[in-house]
Ligand binder design. Structure first.
Ligand code: HEM
Length: 429
């Protein structure tokens, strides 16, 4: 069936040239807003709500998350629907070239966050276009671009070894790790999140393109969660095991909580990381066929939460407090001691900000099974005190380990934000 939605019809009326003229996002919102383009132009979490109203300057502005600021966007930012992230290895041989790369990435990212092409389009027919073009006419849909540096960035190539932050350790090998090189490490990580996979891909592709001669791709990983279209209410997303994931994330909208858990402080070493954060990426394969054959009781005992409501076992509400001391009438803890939440709760003493996405990567040709899992991403102020002890505990005791394998890994120092006129990394360089 080829029913054409009104927005599709409107879409066709826009020529490439029109789109280029309109590439300034404010222009798109203002000029096209009244013309029945709502579905096509809509972005954002809860975007289906926006679809009923004419796209206005305000609706358009909703899709822009400023790139410049004290902190990089994409860390505390409420999660977008898609992620496209990559690690790069530097081929640049001088610090000056590395600096140049961060300068061009910064100005390009600021434009991409506003839904613009990566550089002004030239009409010269003898040159390749300055932008690959697949985002023409698309709104920025809350695009954020976040940069981080891996430990290898601080080796002896650029004279920066003395500047390696102490928290940027080599992650230890955890019990039952099955880490593969092709999903791990890299000199630089670039996390792009947006509410449209094409917009996210476009941003990453163009950042890779303008890095030519200075950096090459090391790995690329993509992830998703339910979208604003399927869940306008914005409830906690479910992971591919069917459980709500993110319910007990710390309330980082409170700046004191974010300072405590996420942001490196000026009193922490090194000073140039103040306002930055440390990102851990773990590609965690789920043995979903095995999981699908386990009973509901077993699944709920594995997480320590009810599948349907997301409530802690023995409780009714998703956001009810975990009662780890509570016993059933036989004297057993109602939340098993080896369950995922009982262990990751860390007695309430250690917290991280989780910001992960599901991934699905076709079929595992060796087993004929779905290759899918969790692109676990978390931010913390010092992984030596937060992620590492938590993962050590989980790796050795978590009942969830029967169903998962960590196959990729990375730790990156996400730089402080840049102000307009500055660039990402300017506190370091
Ligand atoms: C495939 C792997 C994983 C899955 C499917 C998973 C899933 C879940 C689920 C369903 C919850 C309960 C709801 C919530 O509060 O979000 C949860 C909680 C949590 N998870 Fe995971 N998780 C995984 C890996 C990890 C890893 C590697 C870590 C950190 C090392 C971690 C840390 C946490 C923390 C801190 C909580 C909250 C605990 C609390 O209530 O205080 N998770 N996870």
């Amino acid at each position: 069936m080829t029913t054409e939605r009104p927005e599709d019809a409107s879409h066709k009326k826009i020529t490439r040239r029109d789109a280029l003229k309109l590439a300034g996002v404010g222009g798109v919102g203002l000029l096209l807003g009244a013309g029945g383009m709502n579905g096509w132009l809509q972005g954002g979490a809860g975007s289906s709500k926006a679809s009923t109203a004419a796209a206005s300057a305000t609706a358009s502005a909703e899709g822009i998350i400023p790139f410049y600021g004290k902190h990089q966007a994409g860390i505390l930012t409420p999660m977008q629907d898609f992620i496209c992230m990559a690690a790069f290895d530097l081929t640049a041989t001088t610090l000056e070239d590395v600096r140049k790369l961060f300068k061009i990435w910064t100005s390009a990212s600021a434009r991409l966050a506003e839904g613009k092409f990566v550089e002004e389009e030239s009409d010269n027919p003898h040159l390749p276009p300055g932008d690959t073009g697949e985002s023409a006419g698309l709104r920025p849909v809350r695009t954020t671009i976040t940069f981080g540096l891996g430990a290898s960035f601080f080796d002896d190539r650029f004279g920066l070894a003395g500047k390696r932050p102490a928290p940027l350790v080599d992650l230890p090998r955890f019990n039952s790790d099955e880490i593969r090189k092709e999903w791990s490490g890299g000199d630089i990580v670039v996390q792009v999140c947006a509410n449209d996979p094409q917009v996210a891909f476009h941003a990453l592709r163009n950042l890779a393109r303008i890095a030519r001669g200075k950096a090459v791709l090391h790995w690329v990983q993509e992830g998703f969660q339910r979208t604003g279209a399927s869940d306008p209410s914005g409830s906690t997303p479910r992971n591919l095991m069917g459980f709500k994931d993110g319910s007990n994330n710390p309330k980082v909208s409170d700046p004191a909580v974010a300072d405590e858990i996420v942001w490196a402080q000026s009193s922490d070493n090194p000073a140039w990381m103040a306002g930055g954060s440390y990102m851990v990426m773990r590609r965690i394969r789920m043995r979903i066929e095995v999981w699908d054959r386990s009973s509901l009781d077993d699944q709920e005992a594995t997480f320590g939460r009810h599948r349907h409501s997301g409530a802690p076992l023995s409780k009714a509400g998703e956001f009810d407090e975990l009662e780890l001391d509570r016993k059933d009438d036989k004297g057993n803890p109602v939340i098993p001691a080896n369950s995922h939440v009982a262990l990751s709760h860390m007695d309430g003493q250690v917290k991280i900000l989780r910001r992960g996405y599901s991934y699905s990567s076709g079929m595992d040709v060796k087993t004929g099974q779905l290759n899918a899992g969790l692109l676990f991403i978390c931010f913390n102020r010092d992984p030596r005190k937060q992620f590492i002890p938590m993962q050590q505990k989980l790796a050795s005791m978590d009942k969830l380990n029967e169903y998962i394998a960590h196959v990729g890994s990375g730790l990156y120092a996400c730089l402080p934000g840049a102000s307009a006129g500055g660039y990402i990394g300017d506190t370091l360089f």
